[in-house]
Write a protein that binds this ligand. Structure first.
Ligand code: 5GP
Length: 115
């Protein structure tokens, strides 16, 4: 059994981070190293899917739930418009292999590429 991901450890309260919103199957936190004025993460409670491609293949309704949660937390943070980024694979900057979407909003003129 491999070690729990950092996001599972946050969900279980082993690593401190405020859970700013949750549904039955997903939750949202603030990124510890924000790359935009608003930088949130939307994450399935299961760490079964390593990236968005395997999530879309395995449980498309959970992916749709993540997108809806992204909409909700962006709105609650005061953003009508936002960028939703899923780094997919180490070559694209993915460092945590428990699928998560970056919700980026605010002034994105610098590009706000995460990774
Ligand atoms: P990735 O690089 O895999 O697309 O994104 C992982 C993200 O998780 C990074 O933006 C990183 O800052 C964030 N992150 C890593 N560890 C922690 C943590 O302990 N707490 C929070 N809130 N974010 C984290």
């Amino acid at each position: 059994m491999s070690e729990a991901s950092v996001f599972t450890r946050i969900l279980e309260g082993e690593i401190p981070s405020e859970i700013i919103a949750e549904t039955d199957r997903a939750f949202a936190i603030r990124d510890i190293a924000p790359k935009a004025p608003i930088h949130l993460l939307v994450i399935p409670k299961t760490e079964q899917y390593r990236d968005v491609v395997s999530l879309a293949d395995g449980d498309p309704s959970l992916l749709a739930e993540l997108v809806a949660l992204a909409r909700r937390v962006a709105t609650e943070a005061g953003a009508d418009d936002f960028r939703l980024v899923f780094n997919t694979g180490p070559g694209a900057g993915q460092t945590v292999f428990h699928v998560h979407g970056h919700v980026l909003a605010g002034d994105l003129t610098e590009g706000s590429l995460v990774g």
